[in-house]
Structure formats: C-alpha cells, structure tokens
Design a protein around this ligand. Sequence first.
Ligand SMILES: O=C(O)CCC(=O)C(=O)O
Ligand SMILES: [Fe+2]
Length: 211
Amino acid sequence: MSAMPAHQPSMWDLADEPVLTPLPGRVVRHPLTAGAWVDHLPGWVEGSDQVLEVLLGDIGWRADRRQMYDREVAVPRLLRWFDEGEELPHPLLGEARSRLGAHYAGELGEPFATAGMCLYRDGRDSVAWHGDRIGRGSSQDTVVAIVSFGSPRSLLLRPVGGGDSRRFALGHGDLVVMGGSCQRTWDHCVPKTSKAVGPRVSVQFRPRGIA
Ligand SMILES: O=C(O)CCC(=O)C(=O)O
Ligand SMILES: [Fe+2]
C-alpha cells in the first residue's frame, strides 16, 4: 500500500462517529430511459473520515490482473469482495446495508447481501464502461447501491445502444443507487481524471447472485 498517497484526517475528525442520515424524502430519483433509474443522495453518511481510515487500511485489498488480447494487464484499482455473511470492516457499513435493504425492500424484494469494494488510489485508477451483468443482472431488473468514501470522482452512465451520458458526483459519504433495468440497458464507468485526487473507496451493495 506504500504507493498510496497518505490520507491524514485531523484527530478531531477521527473522533467523530459516522452517522447515516435519513433516506426517505431526501434521496432524489433520476429516471433514465427503458425503465432504468438512478437515486442520488449526497452526504448520506456524515462524519465519514473514520470509515475511510479503516477502508484505507489492511482489509485484504487485492491487485488483480486480467488478460487483454495477448497481454496481461493490471486492473486499474484494488478490489475486495465481502461475501454474504462476512463481517464488514466498519459497523457503519453493516448498518448502511440494512437501511438500504429496508428502503428498497418494496422494489427489490430481497435484501442486499454482498459488498464489493474498489479502491481508486489516485486519478489514474478507474473502471471502464460496463454493466453489472454477471448473474441475474443480465436478464432481470436489480438494484446496486454504492456508498463512496474519500476523494470525489464521477460516475458516468450511458445507454447501451448509444446516446447522451449522465454524470453523478460521488463525494465523501455520498449514496448513488442504480435500479430498474439500469444494469442491462445502461452502462456505467468511473473515468480516469488528470485532477490531483486522493484515494476513493467505493462500497457496492448487491443482492445475492449479482456482480
Ligand atoms: O466505483 C464505483 O462506484 C463503481 C464500481 C463499479 O461499477 C463496479 O465495481 O461494478
Ligand atoms: Fe459496476
């Protein structure tokens, strides 16, 4: 982890306990096309420095490699997958998962189960255009809820067949939720940025069998 820029919150910030603010009536729905939607609530988590500090620590981050044509290349972010039942590294994250489960129960019909995490070490880290289509996400509507910690980055979405893209800012403690047909009919990405940004951790809650 030595390649990562140091994040140094003040002692004052670290002493603050993080809190989840209410969701109902505050989260704003942005309808897309084809029955896809995005819910956005900047500042859902208040006092997130302690959570970020834990997430930037030794929680089992992995540097993956993948085959690209005839070369093997490094995946431009670190990954950590928490399976259903695995304890999450900060209690606020377990609480976030239950609160999201309660809020989306009517639309989702099942609880959020797994927590996939990505660590974008700096502006060179990114995730390319894709939909979360491993498993049922390729054929059925689902909901993927993302809580961001650390430096702000953008989440872009564009229709699979082409069309104008939408941009959502993902800052420290912000919530963005992709739902309806979004994983099938839209793609999303977190582009690289030339801005001098520090690390960002994305925590993605998904129901069982979606990735
Ligand atoms: O960093 C993010 O918030 C998005 C990550 C993502 O799309 C994924 O891991 O499937
Ligand atoms: Fe994704």
